[in-house]
Write a protein of this length. Sequence first.
Length: 119
Amino acid sequence: QVQLVESGGGLVQAGGSLRLSCAASGRSFSDYAMGWFRQAPGKEREFVAGIRRNGGNTFYAASTKGRFTISRDNAKNTVYLQMNSLKPEDTAVYYCAAQVVAPGNYDYWGQGTQVTVSS
């Protein structure tokens, strides 16, 4: 079992920045890849960014590449999402997720943290 707890969401003006954190517990953090997803009202959940177990490879959605940065600190069992140049369309509930059971499949999810970007 893996438990994921996100933090760092809030209200920010367009052009501002936020850093989300996701603390993991329950299994060796360095054993699994991590990702961030988001879901806006009335829309499906979408991939935002992903990172390999050792942090050596990162992946981004086209809409976030160049503005968002995913990173992890395996010593602190935490994955981060630095979000810069935020836009109103980034408003969503942001979730972190873990690929624990099988590679390529996100099978553990956090409860989500709200990010609201005002224009």
